[in-house]
Design a protein around this ligand. Structure first.
Ligand SMILES: Cc1cc2nc3c(=O)[nH]c(=O)nc-3n(C[C@H](O)[C@H](O)[C@H](O)COP(=O)(O)OP(=O)(O)OC[C@H]3O[C@@H](n4cnc5c(N)ncnc54)[C@H](O)[C@@H]3O)c2cc1C
Length: 394
């Protein structure tokens, strides 16, 4: 039997492992954490104080017959098909790296201190809870939500953060004592122009100040000021900063497979790591020209399982990010390699779908809902959607 090694037991890794037949392959999943976290819920922990249990043991998520190893992968030798972990060595016939991203505050003076004090909603549960504590203590002043670098998990999540913060401050009656500021390195609040047609007017209606082209360079903690590469500055009382994210900290024998931010260079249709037929990168860790999202990791994992199984399968770049716009409204960011993001009108039902995902997510990982997702993804293909609804006009 061939050995399939899956590095990372997040969304991409677990779905890939569960999509392969343990009677046909020796499947091993290695993760440095014992637990898998439902990261989209960090939003509701950080901005609503939710106490939902969003973690499960990784070994409980895997089908029987799949081996789980709780260990850190330190090195991958793609030429000799070997992996070194903290406690051992492994050989493989196929490897899939699905290690997500890591937040990297280095290079921005003051960012580590801000993250340590205020937390953030883009790294882990502890930081999301820390941020909620700060938000719940906030009594007014400048609340600044800043995306520190262009790459981040889940492109809607920066806007979702400011929408949920505005809704919360409004609800508890201190919005009139606060100035809400949304700062981004992009030329507009939502990077993709069609979706920005929905997002920017909503921010303006809700009194959120928008600062574009703001590339964070340093933070003057003493004077509570964010300073950009361009020399602009923003005063803060409550800083909510999404740290830059990077690919993997694993050492590769051939470091040419990594780009400058340590994302793995992979083929955008097959997820094969550049130059290797037996190695794949799925989910956030790859440099694919698509969103870093759980849905994308899911669809990529399915394609890689097919390819390992000898089928001719290709990823079409489909994204499907649920987007909480606040006040019970939601939309989805839908696109693929051949269709730019379409401005899909907000509804309450789409918001309900976003929240429901937290319940059905665990079944999704086990593949119980594959048939529902197949129907959903077929029905909501960008070319089909464009025929069945009226897009939000420019
Ligand atoms: C606030 C927020 C909101 C989001 N909202 C959505 C949403 O609405 N919809 C959506 O689809 N996506 C959303 N996402 C994005 C989604 O959570 C990620 O894209 C998804 O989890 C990526 O899956 P992955 O398998 O690539 O990586 P991850 O799920 O991050 O898993 C990586 C795993 O690899 C392990 N690992 C890392 N390095 C090593 C190592 N060296 N050795 C061993 N193990 C290692 C980690 O412990 C981890 O378990 C959101 C993310 C955030 C932060």
């Amino acid at each position: 039997m061939k050995n399939v090694l899956v590095v990372g037991g997040g969304g991409g890794g677990v779905i890939l492992a569960n999509s392969l037949d343990p009677d046909k392959y020796n499947i091993t999943v290695i993760d440095r954490d014992m637990y898998h976290y439902y990261q989209p819920w960090f939003l509701y922990i950080a901005f609503n104080g939710s106490r939902r249990k969003i973690w499960r043991r990784i070994d409980d998520l895997l089908k029987s017959g799949i081996k789980f190893v709780n260990d850190t992968v330190n090195e991958i030798d793609l030429d000799n098909r070997t992996v070194k972990t903290g406690r051992g060595n492994y050989n493989y016939d196929y490897i899939a790296v699905a290690t997500g991203t890591y937040p990297d505050p280095n290079g921005i003076t003051g960012l580590k201190e801000i993250n340590d004090e205020y937390g953030n909603y883009h790294s882990n549960l502890e930081n999301a809870r820390k941020l909620w504590n700060k938000i719940s203590e906030f009594k007014g002043g400048n609340a600044v939500l800043l995306q520190a670098s262009p790459t981040c998990k889940c492109p809607p999540s920066p806007s979702e953060g400011i929408f949920l913060l505005e809704e919360y401050l409004n609800k508890i009656g201190i919005k009139n004592k606060s100035k809400l500021i949304f700062a981004t390195p992009y030329p507009r609040p939502y990077p993709a122009e069609p979706m920005n047609r929905i997002v920017e007017p909503m921010m303006r209606e809700r009194g959120i100040e928008i600062i574009t082209f703001f590339n964070l360079d340093s933070i003057d903690i003493k004077n509570k000021t964010l300073i950009s590469l361009e020399g602009d500055s923003i005063k803060y009382d409550l800083p909510i900063i999404i740290p830059p994210c990077r690919g993997t900290d694993i050492k590769f024998n051939n470091e040419k497979v990594l780009d400058n931010d340590r994302f793995i260079k992979a083929d955008k249709y097959t997820m094969r790591i550049e130059g290797y037929d037996d190695a794949f990168a799925i989910g956030d860790v790859s440099n694919l020209p698509t969103s870093k999202s759980g849905v994308t990791a899911h669809l990529e994992a399915k394609v890689v399982a097919d390819i390992i199984d000898g089928k001719d399968s290709k990823f079409d770049g489909r994204i499907n990010c649920p987007f909480d716009l606040g006040y019970g409204k939601g939309t989805f960011v839908i696109a693929d390699y051949n269709h730019p993001v379409i401005p899909y009108p907000p509804t309450e039902f789409k918001h309900f779908m976003k929240l429901s995902m937290a319940d059905i997510y665990w079944w999704t990982l086990k593949g119980y809902l594959d048939f529902v997702f197949d129907i959903y993804f077929e029905y909501t293909k960008p070319e089909k959607l464009l025929k069945t609804y009226r897009p939000v006009e420019a």
